[in-house]
Design a protein around this ligand. Structure first.
Ligand SMILES: Cc1[nH+]cc(COP(=O)(O)O)c(/C=N/[C@@H](CC(=O)O)C(=O)O)c1O
Length: 398
């Protein structure tokens, strides 16, 4: 009956978790999946979340279905964070926002919407990008292509090539962009480069799909949203998928959002209705617990301020680990340039290690990084950074 069904080869990122758990090496370090671990290699529960959880727990309340679009407070939280509190585009009611099952759910609903209402549009992702971008859009029957992005030889962005390629796309083609903390390279465009790119996209009537999963881990909440707000200012059609998995450390609660910026409030109403309908046909409504945590933390002024401070604490710890890793590697492998480690933003560093070196890191040292050479810097801490640096130095001798 099901003999024709293909075996699933496994996910290049999630599959590493199982291998890591099964590894008996006492020194093992998981630098694969994009999860923030604290100084003690523990997944943190933010203080602001603890307070929200207490409010949800006492008094305990029933758990009715949420609206298809999720809690209004969750949706408002996404809008204020992405576009800025009281932004004109919000005052004009030109943004259709739904709460989603994490950033992944936002991408899926967005891909379904594009397939249905822009059937001729192709989606172009950066080369390289988060592997699930391609799987999600292709899973919604949207044809996916890639635009030039990262130059491995120079650890930099192929900006001129990227512009030239995007300038040749067709009207209403979708360009999937990382506003900050690019996954997997960590290399971000400068504000001047964003201005140039978005202007070309405006001229060629392209659709910007901005996937922001690490807001606050780059420079700060507003700086990290620059590309989104610039696209809005230029009057581009913008889809924004956002995730609270990392910056609220709520991975398993599956909380995110999808926003679509429209030319008029009337069109936003139309889009909002179809986003609701897409949710109904995929999963009916988002989970209530995570939505309530987002609503409480993000809309209570004191908790919101506390949250921002906690995110910047995570950001700064990662930056400190980048500096430490770079200094130990420079001391151990003086012939090699490691500037890329501190040039890159957010959780990830694209190390450029070869498959053989990656394999040795894993089998000989129990250090797990993704097969494309992406390393999650948020898995480093003062207890393991020397070990990881020495292991990298060792395999780099190959
Ligand atoms: C760019 C990007 N967008 C969306 C997501 C999905 O987030 P969520 O809200 O949890 O659905 C992730 C997750 N990335 C990490 C985990 C994963 O692969 O699912 C990662 O790259 O390791 C991203 O890195």
């Amino acid at each position: 009956m099901f003999e024709r069904v293909d075996y699933y080869a496994g996910d290049p990122i999630l599959g590493l978790v199982d291998k890591f758990v099964a590894d008996s090496n006492p020194n093992k370090v998981n630098l694969g999946i994009g999860i923030y671990y604290d100084e003690d290699s523990k997944l943190p529960v933010l203080e602001c979340v603890k307070t929200a959880e207490q409010r949800i727990a006492d008094p305990i309340s029933p758990r009715p279905y949420l609206p298809m679009a999720g809690l209004p407070g969750h949706r408002l939280a996404c809008q204020n964070l992405l576009f800025g509190q009281d932004a004109a585009v919000l005052q004009e009611k030109r943004v259709a926002t739904i709460a989603t099952l994490g950033g992944s759910g936002a991408l899926k609903v967005g891909a379904e919407f594009i397939h249905e209402w822009f059937p001729a549009s192709k989606c172009y992702v950066s080369d390289p990008t988060w592997s699930n971008h391609i799987a999600i859009f292709e899973g919604s029957d949207v044809e996916v292509g890639t635009y030039p992005y990262y130059d491995t030889a120079t650890s930099s962005i192929k900006f001129d090539e990227m512009l030239a390629f995007i300038a040749k796309l067709n009207k209403h083609d979708v360009v999937l962009l990382h506003p900050c903390c690019h996954n997997p390279t960590g290399m971000d465009l400068t504000h001047a480069q964003w201005d140039e790119l978005l202007d070309i996209m405006k001229q060629h009537e392209l659709i910007a799909f901005m996937d922001i999963a690490y807001q606050g881990f780059g420079q700060d909440m507003d700086h990290d949203a620059y590309a989104i707000r610039k696209a809005v200012a230029l009057g581009l059609p913008v889809f924004v998928s956002n995730s609270f998995s990392k910056n609220l450390s709520l991975y398993g609660e599956r909380v995110g959002g999808l926003s679509v910026v429209c030319p008029t409030a009337e069109e936003a109403e139309r889009v909002f209705g179809q986003l609701n309908y897409a949710v109904r046909r995929i999963y009916t409504s988002p989970p209530s617990h995570g939505g309530r945590v987002v609503d409480i933390v993000m809309n209570d002024e004191a908790l919101h301020q506390q949250w921002v401070g906690e995110v910047y604490g995570m950001r700064d710890r990662i930056k400190a680990m980048r500096l430490k890793l770079k200094s130990v590697l420079e001391a151990n492998v003086p012939v090699r340039n490691f500037d890329y480690i501190t040039k890159q933003n957010g959780m990830f560093s694209f190390t450029g290690l070869t498959p053989k070196q990656i394999e040795r890191l894993q089998t000989e040292f129990g250090v797990y990084i993704v097969s494309n050479s992406r390393m999650c810097m948020a898995g480093l801490n003062v207890n393991n950074v020397d070990y990881v640096a020495n292991a990298m130095a060792e395999v780099l001798k190959d």
